[in-house]
Write a protein that binds this ligand. Structure first.
Ligand SMILES: C[S@@+](CC[C@H](N)C(=O)[O-])C[C@H]1O[C@@H](n2cnc3c(N)ncnc32)[C@H](O)[C@@H]1O
Length: 332
């Protein structure tokens, strides 16, 4: 069955992404293909700008369902799009392989990362991402991955669970929720469904609106752990910048502060030149900064976009441009 864009995922900040990212022919990598909404917009702009010759879009997703939906959506551009099942932490390897197979030089003009999960993943009860839907405790973006939320909830010790909820959910009641989970396991056996877990959390959260916040934070923490989201993020930012051509750009949309902090930190580090220890007085740095920031502050969605797409409310877009191809012996 073909999945339409609205059912699958409504992409955010599309106008801003294409305006800032698509400026010349080349290889464009959408590391979080999802339903292909952003990729479609990128391909259309490449076509309309006369950049089609010499361009290729590489779309990566670890979720088979996303790849199926994107394949359908990008059908009209299938000769300019290569869709790959994989994890974006292997961005360099995927680009080399796709370009190698086609005899192309890997001149990467743009990389997009639209982090997190798609609406389709959240809305599909059997994927177990949502505390609002009864389903198995799964939360794997890649259904072949070995560790699911069920394993974590049922095997982590109380201290590990508390640390997880605090670190990845910033949940103030992390310890009492961890304690309640372990106590429940001891008297009732394994916790297997989203609603079973949600009920335990509800029983240990403050009332009113704060229950919803606690549920979101604990589910977010589990999802981040299951998919190693923050570990792979640091790596893809580093490796992605290495893959970019000079004047190539990377655009990253994040949806919570833990992600945005990493993006901000890596972009800041990469833009700084290394002048060695203080007081040495070098004439030129040991290594030049390799990127410049295009968005001094992160871009956010307009009220108009938020009114039609609630997901856009928490989106933050940061864009950098590669200015130097690396190395430590001065600018080329
Ligand atoms: C927010 S959605 C992207 C939506 C997409 N921009 C669109 O227009 O439909 C994020 C997608 O990235 C995928 N994803 C998240 N982390 C990934 C990773 N490390 N490697 C590959 N895909 C990933 C998810 O499976 C999901 O389909």
């Amino acid at each position: 069955m073909a999945i339409t864009r609205d059912i699958f995922h409504d992409p955010v900040l599309v106008t801003e992404i294409v305006a800032l990212l698509v400026r010349k022919p080349g290889i464009y990598v959408d590391g979080t293909l999802g339903g292909g909404g952003h990729s479609l917009a990128i391909l259309r702009v490449l076509f309309e700008a006369g950049f089609f010759e010499g361009s290729l879009l590489i779309g990566i997703d670890q979720d088979e369902a996303a790849l199926r939906a994107a394949r359908e959506k990008l059908r009209e551009f299938e000769d300019r799009a290569v869709l790959v099942k994989g994890n974006f932490f292997d961005i360099g390897g995927i680009i080399s392989k796709v370009c190698g197979e086609r005899g192309l030089k890997p001149h990467v003009a743009g990389i997009l990362l639209d982090l997190g999960v798609s609406s389709f993943q959240i809305d599909t009860a059997e994927r177990g991402f949502s505390y609002m839907r009864e389903g198995p405790l799964d939360m794997r973006m890649d259904s072949n991955a070995s560790v699911s939320a069920c394993e974590i909830v049922n095997t982590y010790e109380e201290k590990q669970l508390a640390q997880l909820f605090y670190r990845y959910g910033e949940e103030p009641r992390s310890r009492s929720i961890a304690r309640a989970i372990v106590a429940y396991r001891q008297s009732n056996g394994a916790i297997s469904s989203t609603q079973e877990l949600a009920d335990i959390i509800r029983g240990n959260a403050h009332g009113g609106e704060r229950v919803i916040k606690t549920l979101s934070r604990v589910f977010q923490a589990l999802r981040i752990e299951v998919n190693a989201e923050l570990d792979v993020l640091s790596r893809v930012l580093d490796d992605g910048i290495d893959c970019l051509d000079e004047h190539g750009r990377m655009a990253v949309i994040s949806y919570h502060s833990l992600e945005d902090r990493i993006v901000k930190r890596v972009f800041a580090e990469k833009s700084r030149s290394d002048w060695g220890p203080k007081g040495v007085g070098l004439r030129e740095p040991l290594a030049w900064g390799s990127v410049t920031s295009i968005t001094r502050k992160p871009l956010i969605a307009s009220q108009q976009e938020i009114a039609t797409n609630s997901r856009a409310r928490s989106a933050k877009l940061r864009v950098i441009e590669k200015i130097y191809q690396g190395g430590s012996s001065g600018r080329p």
